[in-house]
Design a protein around this ligand. Structure first.
Ligand SMILES: [Fe+2]
Length: 277
């Protein structure tokens, strides 16, 4: 496991240690899943990804107060992955924001919109045992709020819910799968992936969308998304954002006072220990 370390001063009386893990991309199937999913699992599952995931859990439980997982816990929907997720997420020590792969039926085969997402959600039957689209938990004097932006969009009702959370008067740490657009993060992403590549962030303006219109349609921010980004940037009680999705680590400031921590792929062993002071 490769551990990175960061610190944020949010004015706590007693420091809190968070282990941020994201994008574990595990793959499970069993006799309830069809042959197409079995073939995918043969291609995508690996003992190394599982080893890293359990190392992260073990390290977080032994050394941190809370583990925050920001999605893509598994790679594609399957009955075996749902069972795995329910078991893992039942652990009180883990706080979770959902990723796009939690709704991916066969990995990259579909246009990802709300209808597709809800189809996958219904496939889960009783869900994954925790609220997937918005969740909050007060822990150690901090209000951890998870918001589903797994398809690069926010929804209006999530702004109303976040406003209610802010009214509790505690420092807020946001957990979400897709990072919010910030110029240096965007530039670094393009530099890593090469000229002509695309970045996949939430709240990109027209100049920063993928060139491929098929992808741009998914990512182009709708009204609620831009409104949520502005809302987040304007609330000083929001102290940090934890995100993943892009599979590399990057730390930058969304505003003068709001850091965004993007953590690399858990499937590669990366995790970030964040000390909240
Ligand atoms: Fe993702």
């Amino acid at each position: 496991m490769k551990l990175e370390k960061s610190t944020v001063n949010i004015g706590l009386e007693k420091p809190l240690k968070i282990l941020h893990v994201t994008d574990s991309h595990l793959a499970f199937v069993d006799e309830r899943d069809n042959e197409r999913k079995h073939a995918l699992a043969r291609r995508l599952s690996s003992p190394e990804k599982e080893k890293y995931f359990y190392e992260h859990l073990e390290y977080g439980k032994a050394n941190c107060d809370l583990i925050v997982h920001t999605g893509d816990l598994y790679d594609f929907t399957s009955q075996a992955s749902f069972d795995f997720a329910r078991k893992v997420l039942a652990d009180e020590k883990l706080f979770y924001a959902v990723g796009n792969h939690e709704f991916s039926q066969y990995v990259g085969e579909a246009y990802e919109d709300r209808a597709y997402k809800m189809n996958s959600f219904h496939e889960m039957g009783p869900g994954l045992g925790v609220p997937l689209f918005f969740n909050s938990r007060v822990f150690g004097g901090v209000n951890f709020v998870a918001i589903d932006n797994s398809y690069h969009q926010f929804e209006f009702w999530q702004i109303t819910r976040l406003e209610k959370e802010i009214k509790k008067g505690l420092p807020v740490v946001l957990a979400m799968h897709v990072p919010i657009f910030e110029q240096s993060l965007y530039d670094y992403h393009i530099k890593r992936s090469g000229e002509g590549s695309s970045s996949y962030l939430a709240g990109c303006d027209e100049d920063h969308l993928p060139y491929d219109e098929w992808r741009a349609v998914e990512i182009r921010p709708r009204g609620a998304t831009m409104q949520m980004v502005e809302f987040i940037k304007s609330r000083p009680s929001i102290k940090a954002i934890l995100a993943g999705h892009v599979h590399f680590s990057f730390e930058s400031m969304l505003t003068e006072t709001l850091p965004q921590f993007v953590t690399g792929g858990g499937y590669e062993g990366i995790a970030r220990e964040i000390t909240l002071l």
